[in-house]
Design a protein. Structure first.
Length: 350
């Protein structure tokens, strides 16, 4: 791990950072990287008793007094973070449901309102220096295989917003994806609009990740969360697995969850990252690439045959700035798909 030069940081090690959804796949990696670098963390969870393992795990690795968990059963309530933010220098808002409801009238307000509660609370803490919001590739675009196009920071997924409020799709998976993308679009837009209207003393950066792949900290608690279920299903089905078994698996870009977490930390602590949308997209991948990692990682096991007519993600994304920040913080560029999926598969198989 590259050492941090305190004099060049906006937020120094030892400072307190609030992270929402602290038990989630990406958030636990953010916690790990903050704690590794000497920051203190106040994590919010919907239930402290159910998520005690998070505190236990990180206390075991980094010692007592570095992490606390606070219960936030409803992240949309007015003033919900007002006490939680006290004494904090940074706020990373990660929590969001992933494709869990087909109803735009509940999902979109949940994401918008919870994002505004974070910014409102941050503005009440005089020591607040930076807010980082986990957005999604869905705020710009939905993966569209075999089409050549560019993804940049001026892009917004207005199509998903229109479709979400239109007649619901008969395909439940498509409906969930559309509503999720619309919620992340409206949530991120609301954050930037709030910043323009209120001009607080802190800056906002947003992280726009595509598919996160990588190891969980705790297989029992995290193994079926988020994209980790792709790994679990592939291990379980082995010889018979097909891309149709993996919910949401289509050619798109991957990012190693550890790089995604590093990008969140860089966006939080580097003074020159000020008001940016940062793309956590490493490289495109498709089914055969994913499958090859399993075959290489477990050479003695059988996995299904490659498919001959697979489609590809041909989009080009402006991810150079994000990779520069990951490199600055970690000393390396984007981790490979082999690292991301291979480490995830080994952890899920243990
Ligand atoms: N994984 C990806 O590939 C990916 C890609 C792009 C963007 N993202 C974004 O990254 C963030 C984290 O995702 P993840 O992959 O780490 O998923 P995850 O493991 O499912 O974590 C989601 C977190 O959000 C919390 N949450 C869900 N619904 C909530 C609600 N209604 N109220 C309060 N908290 C709620 C969860 O708490 P509970 O345990 O209580 O449900 C959990 O802490 C999300 O903002 C997601 O949109 C993820």
């Amino acid at each position: 791990m590259a050492l941090l030069d305190d004099s060049k940081l906006l937020i120094s090690p030892g400072s307190l950072v609030v992270v929402t959804g602290a038990n989630g796949f990406i958030a636990t990696h953010i916690l790990d990287q903050l704690l590794q670098r000497g920051y203190r963390v106040r994590g919010t969870v919907r239930s402290v008793s159910k998520n005690q393992w998070v505190k236990d795990y990180f206390e075991k690795h980094y010692g007592p007094g570095k992490i606390e968990l606070v219960e936030v059963p409803d992240m949309t309530v007015d003033g919900v973070y007002d006490d939680i933010v006290k004494g904090a220098s940074g706020f990373v808002h990660v929590a969001a449901p992933l494709m869990s409801s087909p109803d735009p009238h509940t999902t979109i307000p949940l994401i918008v309102d919870s994002t505004l509660r974070v910014l409102e609370a941050a503005a009440k803490e005089p020591g607040m220096k930076r807010v980082v919001l986990t957005s999604s590739s869905g705020s710009c675009v939905v993966p569209t295989p075999n089409k050549v196009f560019t993804i940049d920071s001026n892009m917004w997924n207005e199509d998903a917003v229109k479709a979400a409020y239109g007649p619901p799709s008969d395909n439940i998976f498509q409906q969930l994806g559309t509503v999720y993308a619309a919620s992340k679009t409206k949530g991120e837009q609301a954050a930037w609009q709030w910043m323009r209207e209120h001009k607080p003393p802190f800056a906002l950066n947003t992280i726009i990740p595509n598919a996160n792949l990588g190891p969980p900290f705790d297989k029992a608690h995290q193994g079926s969360r988020s994209t980790l279920n792709w790994i679990g299903i592939t291990l379980e089905k082995g010889e018979t697995v097909s891309p149709h078994d993996l919910p949401g698996f289509i050619p798109q870009h991957y990012v190693d969850v550890r790089d995604c977490a590093a990008l969140h930390v860089a966006a939080l602590i580097y003074p020159d990252v000020n008001g940016e949308r940062l793309f956590a997209f490493a490289a495109p991948f498709a089914w055969n690439d994913f499958l090859r990692v399993f075959k290489k990682t477990f050479p003695d096991r059988k996995f299904s045959e490659e498919i001959s007519d697979q489609s590809k993600d041909l989009s080009k994304v402006t991810n150079e700035r994000a990779e520069e920040l990951v490199k600055r913080l970690t000393g390396h560029g984007w981790k490979s798909l082999q690292d991301a999926v291979g480490d995830a598969a080994k952890a899920m198989d243990a």
